[in-house]
Design a protein around this ligand. Structure first.
Ligand SMILES: Cc1ncc(COP(=O)(O)O)c(C=O)c1O
Length: 375
C-alpha cells in the first residue's frame, strides 16, 4: 500500500497491497469476490466453534475480528490485534514491562495512561518522565528503561515528540517501545516504520469514527521481534479476557472504510480554525501541532469561563472523547485525573466533518458571548 501522497509505502514491513490508502481502506478485509458472495464480512455471533478447527473458543479469535485486524494491520504495516477498548490495548502493551520494571514516558499523556502508570508505580514499578519535547532528556533516560512509552501529539497539550529520533534510539539500545497513535492515525504517522515495536490505538476515536463503539487495538511488526511481542499481547488478551464484541468490531470496520475522507476533512478544518483562532481576543494560546484534526485553546478567564464557552456552543458537542464525525469540545481539567500541567482554562477541540464555517461561527460566537459577559 502506498500513502495518500503517492509515496511508496514499501518500507521493510509487509505491504498489504499496492493501492493508495483511500482505495485500500475501501477494498481490504472483504470476503473473496465470487458469484453470490456477500460484500461485507459476516458478524460472527458465536462463543465456541466445532472441534478440531484452527480456533476452538471465541475468547481466542473471531472471524469478524480477523477482517478488522487485516485492514488495520495493512494500514499500520504490521499485524493487528483488536482489544475491548483503547485502555485494554494499553494494559496489554504495559504488560510487556516486568514487575518492578521501569517505563520512560512523556510527563503528560492521555490521562488513562497516566493513571495506569501511576498504578504500575504504586505496585513497585518506576516511571521516568521527561517533557514530550525534551528529546535530549528522553534519549538520556532510554538506557535505564525496560519500555519507552510515547504518545504524539500528546492529549490534550498537543506537544509533538520527535518520534524518528527517540524510536531509533530505543531500537539501537534494544529497549522496546510503544506509540499511542490514536491522535495521528496511520494516515499521518506509521510508528512501526520508524522503529516502534508496538502501536496502540483507541479505535473508539478516528478509526471507528462515529462515537458508537468503544474499542482498542495493538499492532506489531512482521519481523521476528514483532511476532514474539505479538504473541505476548495475544496471550494477554486471551488470558485477561478484555475482548471485543463482534458487533463493535463490525461497526469499527464499517467506520474504517471512510477514515481517509473523514480525517482529510477534519484536518483541513482544524488547520483553518487554528489559523483563525490565533489572535482571537478571547483566546490566549492556540495549541495546534501543525497537522491532524485536534487542537486545544487556552481561553481568557478562569475554569468557569471556559466551561461557559462549552455550554454556549450548539454545533460543537460538549462531551468527552474525540475523533467522531461530530466536533467535540471539552475543558479537560474538569476531570480530576487530568494532570495539573494541563491549564484550567484549556479547551480541547476535536474537529469533525461539519462545514468549517458553521464550526467557526458557533465557536467564535460562544467565545465572544462569554468574553462579553465578563466585562
Ligand atoms: C490518546 C488516547 N489513548 C487511549 C485512549 C483510551 O481509549 P478507550 O477510551 O477506547 O479505552 C484515549 C481515550 O480518550 C485516548 O485519547
Amino acid at each position: 500500500m502506498s500513502d495518500g501522497d503517492g509515496h511508496d509505502g514499501h518500507d521493510g514491513h509487509r505491504a498489504a497491497s499496492d493501492l493508495r490508502v483511500e482505495s485500500y481502506l475501501v477494498s481490504a478485509g472483504r470476503p473473496a469476490r465470487a458469484p453470490g458472495a456477500p460484500v461485507n464480512p459476516p458478524v460472527q455471533l458465536t462463543s465456541t466453534y466445532a472441534a478440531d478447527g484452527a480456533v476452538n473458543y471465541a475468547r481466542v479469535g473471531n472471524p469478524t475480528w480477523s477482517a478488522f485486524e487485516e485492514v488495520l494491520g495493512g494500514l499500520e504495516g504490521g499485524e493487528a490485534l483488536v482489544h475491548a477498548s483503547g485502555m485494554g490495548a494499553i494494559a496489554a502493551a504495559l504488560s510487556l514491562v516486568p514487575a518492578g520494571g521501569t517505563v520512560l514516558a512523556p510527563d503528560q499523556t492521555y490521562n488513562g495512561t497516566v493513571d495506569l502508570l501511576a498504578a504500575f508505580a504504586a505496585a513497585g514499578g518506576t516511571v521516568l518522565r521527561r517533557h514530550a519535547t525534551d528529546t535530549a532528556g528522553l534519549l538520556e533516560e532510554i538506557a535505564r528503561a525496560d519500555l519507552v512509552w510515547l504518545e504524539s501529539p500528546t492529549n490534550p497539550l498537543m506537544d509533538v515528540v520527535d518520534l524518528p529520533v527517540v524510536l531509533a534510539a530505543a531500537r539501537t539500545a534494544g529497549v522496546p517501545s510503544v506509540v499511542d497513535n490514536t491522535l495521528s492515525t496511520p494516515l499521518l504517522c506509521r510508528p512501526l516504520t520508524l522503529g516502534a515495536d508496538v502501536v496502540v490505538h483507541s479505535v473508539t476515536k478516528y478509526l471507528a469514527g462515529h462515537s458508537d463503539v468503544v474499542l482498542g487495538a495493538t499492532v506489531v511488526g512482521w519481523d521476528a521481534r514483532g511476532q514474539a511481542i505479538g504473541e505476548r499481547l495475544r496471550r494477554h488478551r486471551t488470558l485477561h479476557g478484555a475482548i471485543a464484541g463482534p458487533m463493535e468490531v463490525y461497526l469499527a470496520l464499517r467506520g474504517l472504510r471512510t477514515l481517509a475522507l473523514r480525517f482529510e476533512r477534519g484536518c483541513a478544518s482544524a488547520a483553518e480554525l487554528a489559523r483563525r483562532l490565533h489572535g482571537h481576543p478571547a483566546v490566549t494560546r492556540v495549541r495546534y501541532p501543525g497537522s491532524g484534526a485536534m487542537l486545544a485553546i487556552d481561553v481568557v478567564g478562569d475554569a468557569a469561563a471556559a466551561e461557559r464557552v462549552c455550554a454556549a456552543t450548539t454545533v460543537w458537542l460538549h462531551s468527552t472523547s474525540l475523533g467522531g464525525v461530530e466536533s467535540q469540545i471539552e475543558r479537560r481539567r474538569r476531570h480530576p485525573s487530568e494532570p495539573v500541567g494541563v491549564p484550567e482554562s484549556l479547551l480541547r477541540l476535536s474537529v469533525g466533518i461539519e462545514h468549517v464555517e458553521d464550526l467557526w461561527a458557533d465557536l467564535d460566537r460562544a467565545l465572544r458571548e462569554v468574553s462579553a459577559s465578563r466585562t
